[in-house]
Design a protein around this ligand. Sequence first.
Ligand code: FE2
Length: 288
Amino acid sequence: MIEALSRDCVILIRNVSPSEADGLVHQIAGELGLQKKLELEAGFSDFLGHRRRITKYFMSVNSRDDYQLVTPHSEGDRISNMQLSCFYCFENSKDGGETILLNIDDTSEAWGLLREKTTKILPGSKPLSRGMITRAKALYRLSSPDDYLVPDDQIVAEVKSEIPGLLLAIVMARPKRSFSLLLGRDVNVLWDNIGSVDQSCLHFFVRMLQERELLKRPPDGFELHQLDPVNAGRSWCSGADYEKLFCDEIILKLKPGDLVILNNLTWAHAVNNWTSLPGTRRIAVALA
Ligand SMILES: [Fe+2]
């Protein structure tokens, strides 16, 4: 399986029990030295309460309403640097709810327009002690001491800092590459704080679903933002051509007992919406 993942394949294993799924992802994470990360993710999410732990390593996905979709993204951000994402299907009887996996073209010119929403230190900020840097990183997800504003960054909001003398702002910054353990090289990643804050990503995805007849339309009509549960945070419009960002796609209607394992950095995941017809979609995620 590691060999297939290092060729950037997506792995689908059918008829797996929940405990077998736990065992398999634990084994793969172990071979990549990500065992601790797998365990911490499951425990930490449970502790924070934004996900519910379902099995030893699998957690609930964010709940959403009928007709709401999930636009393409890799789980997390550059700082969390999640290498593996694994999906396990308990039930999937909704009218819709297909899993859409999109392979990222690392060399696409579209990267030139994309921006990541991140926190940066502003000029005039006072120098911080090592202890303060550690605190600032934990509080504001600064990725390194060199996260200072550069001329290319666009400030979108000032941040009121709890640390005296530390001046911060939320900015749209040119994305930095992340190291893929599976490929052994740096790659461009469509992290959550790139795709999920970008109006262009939503427009692309809705168009893609329409073309593949996968968009479910509410009977009373709809405005685009109603289909998008994270629309309030989509404060940016890159104008990037997302068609050029992806070089391959896999569309899966997951069945109970299906386990999907993929490189979280090179494959973005998305879900089409579902109608209000009776049915249940229960898919769990494990991350490492
Ligand atoms: Fe996700």
